[in-house]
Design a protein around this ligand. Structure first.
Ligand code: UD1
Length: 387
């Protein structure tokens, strides 16, 4: 069996690292699975990509599509155009995609149209907010996925409601938390930036288009951050999307602006912080596991479990609400929280077990359907023998 494991953007790298490791462990036991890492190049800078491969011990990608930045249509189309010949050349049996970025949907769609089976890791998350590009990517990917690996029960329910048969859904846990569990010891050893004292600073991240592409919205959020900075220093690792938009804005001297951080320093920073203010998806999960209070500056979340049992509170972008919840945390009013079921560091092992135990017969038949086959009327493919 040959698998492609796809990564494109920063949050993907933490999700593929444990899957790669689980395959490698199995190979040491002489299994015949072949895994090729495909990097689409959606994120390409050293500090958005290469540093993560190094920190997480992921080998150099076997295939790099080098697509770079662009509008959504350009980026998605470039990935599809570059990924199709890679599929035709290497003929994988499965394409494993993770998360909800443009690379996820582009590779899923390309593979599926070639008759290659698609497995989606982190399937079934829904914000119900169609203004988020990620929500569109999630819906499109899950609509054509053959195997859905979910992080919680709500994701499974979402998929069932959308008509996905239950036998295609596997509740395995969270591969991002696998990586956190493996790396947290090293992360806590990374020295904090000069002058920061554990438990006495906050961390801020902002990169959602809805928050940073609108000057008014960004000014409103930063206005609240300037007030908070009067109470507690804030470290703000700035995403490349956000950086140019900060130039015109007034920023409190206690907000320390730094460039994008690689995985270990950032995880170490968050783990020792008093609280996090963010609009990220993955950070809501990481703070829940670390037990660090998190205020998410969005009107909705595709990860409601982090609010139900974790440390996450949705505060939207109203400055009054942000300040009220921040003051409450800084005054010591935090609620008890727990770690969601199966976020135990073993999700990737479960995923690889399920993938390799799929019927070899069925999988090789589906692999043979693939490449170059003409669809029959009704959308079926002819079965052709693999060369
Ligand atoms: C993408 C994902 C988002 C994810 C985020 C994490 C989609 C739709 N969005 O958003 O879900 O949370 O990554 O970072 O896939 N840039 C660089 N260097 C890089 C990559 C990007 O400088 O290595 C700059 C470019 O100017 C680019 C901008 O960042 O235009 C935005 O990058 P892009 O990949 O379009 O989307 P993100 O906002 O990063």
């Amino acid at each position: 069996m040959k698998y492609f494991l796809i990564a494109g953007a920063r949050p993907n790298f933490m999700k593929i690292a444990p899957i790669h490791r689980a395959f490698a462990t199995r190979r040491n036991g002489h299994s015949t699975e072949e895994l090729l890492i495909v990097h689409t190049g959606q994120h390409y800078s050293r500090n958005m990509s290469d540093d993560f491969f190094r920190d997480l011990g992921i080998p150099e990608p076997d295939i790099n599509l080098c697509v770079g930045s662009g509008s959504h249509a350009e980026q998605t189309a470039r990935i599809m155009m570059a990924f199709e010949p890679a599929c035709l050349e290497h003929r994988p049996d499965w394409v494993i995609v993770v998360g909800d970025v443009n690379s996820t949907v582009a590779c899923a769609l390309t593979a599926k149209k070639l008759g290659i089976r698609v497995a989606h890791v982190e399937a079934g998350l829904r914000s119900r907010d169609m203004s988020m590009p990620e929500e569109i990517n999630r819906l499109c990917t899950d609509a054509i996925t053959d195997l859905h690996f979910t992080t919680d029960a709500q994701a499974q329910e979402n998929l069932l409601k959308e008509g996905v048969p239950s036998e295609k859904i596997h509740f395995v846990g969270n591969t991002m938390i696998d990586t956190l569990s493996q790396q947290i010891g090293r992360a806590r050893e990374v020295p904090l930036p000069d002058g920061l004292i554990p438990g006495q600073y906050a961390v801020l991240t902002l990169h959602r288009p809805a928050n940073v592409d609108s000057p008014d919205r960004l000014a409103q959020i930063l206005g609240a951050m300037n007030v908070i900075a009067g109470r507690i220093p804030i470290v703000f690792p700035v995403h490349p999307r956000t950086a140019p938009r900060l130039k015109e804005l007034e920023i409190h001297p206690s907000i320390r602006i730094v460039g994008p951080m690689s995985y270990l320093p950032f995880l170490g920073l968050v783990a020792r912080s008093r609280m996090v203010l963010t609009d990220s998806g993955g950070i809501q999960e990481e703070t829940t596991v670390l037990g660090v209070p998190c205020l998410t500056m969005r009107p909705n979340t595709e990860r409601p479990i982090t609010c139900e049992i974790g440390t996450n509170i949705l505060v939207g972008t109203d400055p009054q609400r942000i300040l009220q919840e921040t003051n409450s945390i800084l005054n010591g009013h935090t609620r008890p929280s727990a770690i969601p079921q199966k976020w135990d560091g073993h999700a990737a092992e479960r995923i690889v077990d399920i993938l390799v135990h799929q019927s070899v017969e069925e999988a090789s038949l589906v692999g043979a359907l693939a490449i170059g086959a003409e669809p029959k009327p009704g959308g079926r493919f002819d079965v052709i023998a693999r060369p």
